[in-house]
Ligand binder design. Structure first.
Ligand SMILES: *Cc1c(COP(=O)(O)O)cnc(C)c1O
Length: 447
């Protein structure tokens, strides 16, 4: 039984932060951020800007011909790793019935679940950081110039150079998949430190692609810690630090301008009259944080980003709500950090993301595992789209926004009808590579 956390009793914590009472009881909650600020102000909290996102975007362009050559999955898209944006009207209707929403809702699904190469949102940040590292090594050794055709990196002598270097990462599964696949295909020796909750099929798939998988008994934080320590002892090993990497963050952020293009192509307007609400599943925070940053730069104050976490791993919500950020782990408060949403099973949030984004994020909510599995089955039934549990975390968001009673919509200057006429977007973060037998188990698990 926990009584004292960081020098304060639980009674004192809950008196100061009342939302902790339902959070600690494992109940789903929502919290709309009173510190939300106009973008021009909120940007003061972050040391990155539009020029950094532009550079990331240009880097991905330089690499596109190489990716098209090395990964047949992206040859047709000329080496650009991007996902589909689809309408899900039947799912929207089912959600409205389930959550008692009496107005029609325009609901879109961003299918990062089906991104090529690794079948999850990690194909944005993870692959990008591997590319950055490869580029740096090749530039530094004089084997590459920025104006070269980057396909030279698939040939000797670059290949020999990469063979002599290692890339390591700690992961609950999907980041390891993305980094392992990209690193090994470019010729690096890749090591993935997997947490205990990582799925067997992800480990098998990586091993089949020549990646070294080290299994740890502990959770994500411990896998990262041990991986980091091992990598530090080896000067040829580059460790990708998911908790604090600005490179990963920038890889994700390119999604903002890409989504804006897709909206333009599909004729979907985002402006003061037509706000966009985006619901992003959050683990350590780099993925949703980077995407939210990119969305803010692309759509300005007309986009509203809301993070979703499991009731058993609400680390970013608690970090931002209490201001403790990465000084906090949910386990210190007696929360289990055990969830079927393996991509989200993170107990300690990224301090970088929490501090940099704390006035750019409109809100946070939590969702139970039972609800995730129910929603997984509902999406399968209504739209025949299969996702992994984590990726459904964004689905209840529209109900939290439309039913909110914390004065959030008023603060934004919206009456409820305007929010109902907005566009709502669920960021589907993973599931495209889940084997059929696993998916059947997920579908059977729902009740
Ligand atoms: C990693 C992951 C997330 C969240 O990304 P973070 O950077 O950990 O916050 C969400 N969904 C899935 C499926 C993931 O793999």
């Amino acid at each position: 039984m926990i009584t004292t956390v960081y020098g304060k009793s639980l009674v004192e914590w809950t008196a100061e932060y009342p939302l902790l009472t339902p959070i600690l009881a494992g109940k789903p909650v929502s919290w709309f951020n009173p510190k939300i600020a106009p973008l021009v102000e909120a940007l003061n909290d972050i040391e990155l800007g539009p020029q950094d996102v532009r550079q990331a975007s240009e880097r991905l362009q330089r690499f596109a011909p190489l990716l098209a050559q090395v990964f047949s999955e992206v040859a047709a898209a000329k080496g650009i790793i991007e996902s589909e944006l689809v309408d899900v009207p039947s799912f929207a209707q089912a959600l409205c019935e389930r959550y008692g929403i009496d107005k029609p809702v325009r609901l879109l699904l961003k299918k990062d679940s089906h991104l090529p190469i690794s079948g999850s949102v990690k194909a944005r940040g993870g692959i990008y950081e591997v590319l950055c590292h490869a580029e740096q090594l090749a530039l530094k050794s004089g084997l590459l110039h920025q104006s070269d055709d980057y396909r030279c990196m698939a040939e000797d002598p670059c290949r020999t150079l990469f063979n002599a270097h290692k890339i390591a990462v700690g992961s609950t599964g999907n980041l390891g998949m993305s980094i392992g696949m990209a690193a090994s295909r470019l010729g690096f020796a890749a090591t993935v430190h997997m947490s205990a909750d990582a799925r067997q099929w992800k480990k098998d798939k990586l091993r089949a692609h020549g990646v070294t998988v080290i299994e740890h008994a502990g959770d994500y934080g411990q896998a990262v810690e041990q991986g980091r320590r091992q990598a530090q002892a080896d000067p040829y090993c580059y460790f990708i630090d998911d908790e604090n990497s600005k490179t990963l963050f920038l890889g994700y952020s390119v999604a903002g301008e890409r989504l804006k293009q897709q909206f333009e192509q599909q004729g979907i307007v985002v402006d003061a009259q037509h706000p966009l609400f985006v619901y992003l599943p959050c683990g350590v925070g780099g993925g949703p944080g980077g995407i939210a940053f990119g969305l803010k730069l692309a759509f300005g104050d007309h986009v509203h980003c809301i993070f979703a976490e499991p009731t058993e791993s609400p680390c970013m919500l608690m970090g931002v709500y209490t201001g403790l950020h990465d000084r906090l782990s949910v386990q210190d408060f007696g929360i289990s950090n055990r969830t079927a949403a393996d991509g989200l099973a993170v107990g300690r949030p990224s301090g970088f993301v929490g501090r940099s984004m704390q006035r750019m994020l409109d809100g946070f909510y939590t969702v139970t595992d039972d609800e995730l599995l129910m929603l997984l089955r509902l999406l399968n039934q209504t739209e025949d789209i299969q996702l992994e549990p984590s990726a459904l975390a964004g689905a209840p968001g529209v109900a939290h926004v439309l039913h909110e009673s914390q004065g959030y919509l008023d603060r934004l200057g919206f009456c409820n009808s305007l929010a109902a006429s907005a566009t709502h977007l669920i960021w589907a973060t993973g599931g495209g590579m889940v084997p059929a037998s696993e998916m059947d188990a997920y579908l059977g698990e729902a009740h």
